[in-house]
Design a protein around this ligand. Structure first.
Ligand code: AMP
Ligand code: TRP
Length: 337
């Protein structure tokens, strides 16, 4: 039987090429051979201060972006997290299974709270527990994500294991499925930091958006930071070139050593021009499709509701089992008056 996969993405602004290479491309590939659940995690987006109107708009935009990248709502289940209330309910149960110490060790929490752990929202601290609920509800095996999510997937396994041993086997233990190339794309202006949505708000030249126009993509790639040498080579002492070669390799499907041979002696200018052409060729169809889809947001919302119906039907038996095994018992069924 094909393995079930689950992944999520926050509806917080425009996606970038790191999201595409590290995660979304694999979401698209996996839907051919697996039963795939892809979730726009609006509850997670509430862990940082938010504006209700912007959250709604970003949720619809994220759906358009995912479809434009090739997620197909006929072959996978695409839905919004808050449309299936079981996510929040299971999160509470798992919060009561999780320990302070294991959440305190989460690197993403440490990064986002930047040492201000007394003043940040509690949601940011329990974020990984909600993420565990997302995956465990669907009994998913594979979690296609970028490298930064590895620790969160390990936590889900730990919580699933603890729950299973305390209350009886209920959850499948999930695994992180992280790509071999491109699991961590770095910022174009600073190869020590990963490319990230939040940094792109203050430093637009740090990343390439999926729906950015060709002229702007080309300009950013041509002005990407490089070392003072001339050799197009990945490896020690060349973090900028390593990152650009990784992007090239991932989108063209050509191994890095082959690219090093192709661009031997050609200098950074010619290499960057070729990279810009390759990136534009990969992203241009996504941008055009995105714009077309955003022409009918009502249709996107209808598609998301259908996805939520399919997701809810799969989540319910897990939640029922959790309720029963933890002593909560069945949920009340409201009869129409
Ligand atoms: P986020 O942008 O944090 O919502 O992440 C959405 C997905 O993209 C997750 O699976 C991340 O692991 C992945 N991702 C985010 N940033 C990068 C990056 N710079 N390189 C590779 N994958 C990334
Ligand atoms: N935390 C993930 C991120 O920042 C998003 C996410 C939420 C997720 N729930 C998930 C990823 C479940 C995989 C599975 O990218």
């Amino acid at each position: 039987m094909s393995k079930r996969v689950f992944s999520g993405i926050q509806p917080t602004g425009q996606g970038h090429i790191g999201n595409y290479i590290g995660a979304l491309r694999n979401w698209v590939r996996l839907q051919d051979e697996h039963e795939a659940f892809y979730c726009i995690v609006d509850l997670h987006a509430m862990t940082m201060p938010w504006d209700p109107k912007v959250l709604r708009r970003h949720t619809t935009e994220k759906a358009a972006e995912l479809l434009a990248c090739g997620v197909d709502p006929d072959r996978s289940v695409l839905f919004v997290q808050s449309h299936v209330p079981d996510h929040a309910e299971l999160q509470w149960v798992l919060t009561c299974v999780a320990r302070m110490g294991e959440l305190r060790r989460m690197v993403q929490f440490k990064d986002r709270s930047r040492g201000e752990s007394e003043s940040v929202g509690v949601g940011l601290f329990t974020y990984p527990v909600l993420q565990a609920a997302d995956v465990l509800l669907y009994q998913a095996h594979g979690v296609p994500v970028g490298e930064d999510q590895r620790q969160h997937v390990e936590l889900m396994r730990d919580l699933a294991q603890r729950f299973n041993s305390n209350f009886g086997v209920t959850f499948t233990l999930p695994e992180a499925w992280i790509p071999e190339v491109g699991a961590r794309i770095m910022a174009l202006d600073d190869p020590t930091q990963k490319m990230s949505k939040s940094d792109m708000e203050t430093r637009p030249s740090s990343g390439l958006m999926l729906t950015e126009d060709p002229a702007s993509l080309t300009k950013k790639i041509k002005s990407a930071k490089t070392d003072s040498g001339t050799e197009v080579r990945a490896g020690d002492g060349k973090p900028e070139l390593t990152n650009l070669l990784t992007i090239f390799s991932a989108i063209e499907g050509v191994p890095v050593p082959e690219l090093e041979t192709r661009f031997a002696g050609s200098g950074y200018g010619a290499f960057k021009a070729a990279l810009a052409d390759a990136v534009v060729a990969a992203l241009e169809p996504i941008r055009l499709r995105y714009e077309e889809l955003m022409g009918d947001p009502g249709e996107l919302d209808r598609m998301l509701f259908k996805g939520a119906e399919k997701a809810a039907a799969v989540a319910a038996p897990t939640m029922d089992a959790v309720r029963e095994r933890t002593g909560l018992g069945p949920r009340a069924v409201l009869t129409p008056q």
